[in-house]
Design a binder for this molecule. Sequence first.
Ligand code: ZN
Length: 415
Amino acid sequence: MLIRNVRPWGGEPSDVEISGSRIAGIRPYDPAADTVAADPAVSSVPAAGEVVEGRGRLLLPSFSDVHVHLDSTRIGLPFRPHTGGPGVWTMTMNDRDNWRSAEVPLTERVAGTLERMIAHGTTRVRSYAQVDVDCKLEKFEAVVAAKEKFAGRADVQIMTFPQAGILREEGTVDYLEASLKAGAEVMGGIDPCTLDRDPRKHLDIVFGLAEKYQVEVDIHLHEPGHLGVFSTDLVIERTRALGMQGKVTMSHAYELGSVGESVSRRIIDEFAELDIAMATVAPSGRGHLSLVDLVEAGVRIGLGEDGQRDYWSPYGNCDMLDRTWQLAFVNNFRRDDLVEMSLAVATLGGASIMAHEVPRLKGTTDRPGLAVGDRADLLLVDGETPTSAVMDRGTDRTVLHDGVVVADQLSLTNA
Ligand SMILES: [Zn+2]
């Protein structure tokens, strides 16, 4: 396959050759070989012969959403007034009271959400699947079904997630274990202090199940200030003791930077040393660890979209380019190199969490993913520069997964 006339990371117009699932060659664009007029109305889906017309668009790595709740979504359904109250438990109960009565069955909603994500340029997904004594494995199975439905179009990693805590409701552990037996690839944990109010017991169960089923750990942490740091230290302690370097991710953890410079520095250094990754959803607020410091320290860091227009919040539209804009915005980035770094985090940064053969970002100027030999997980999008693409969030997009065009003009192709 040949992708003609694209600008990798905003560079010179190039023709990019794809062989199988990999980028096989990149050479200067050859206008003499033009076969299709530069007409945006002409579809860029390749026919036989496999030429993708880039039409001068930017070429970027496709997105990796490493924190999405595919099972918590009302994407495509009528907008609904927010009925949640304050606090994780109250919000969890609000979801419990409502999710079953949605206009469309859960399996369809989950699949529709994943489809829309792929159509907008995301081909790697780490999704939560809530497991508790009320929904049991119903949500988990809906995420599994969506993963299978789109198996050729995106890599989906499923995390079993005790959204309602592990210790509050009798029987939760059995369902979590059942989901691990059924193939969950990551063991989730949540707010060990504020939700379960027994951080040692909570984390011992999370890490114990992860060790038993040889899966990674991802801790969803909303805890404030010192409490969040305390829980994080318990995670660091267990990662070190169990030799789980490279197998633990902290999600949200948006107040780890709020208790002073020396603590922030220590946590970043320990994350780097133990290869503990970070997944952010680009929240507002000023308490988070510095994104620049995390990247410079070599901490694997990825971006996610969280719930999608669900019973928790009205936000989310399945577009990681939008969420990349948000990441740049909440970090107050203006310089092009930092906005572009946000794109690197949203693409290969997340990929490095999901697949350890993908190297972590080497620093704020690293623009990975488009070299000969790299897997052809790609996004073509209109824009003058990578920064302008983040600001304008164009819709003239073509998406490749594993060397195959899977979406064009925000719709899936019939591959
Ligand atoms: Zn979340």
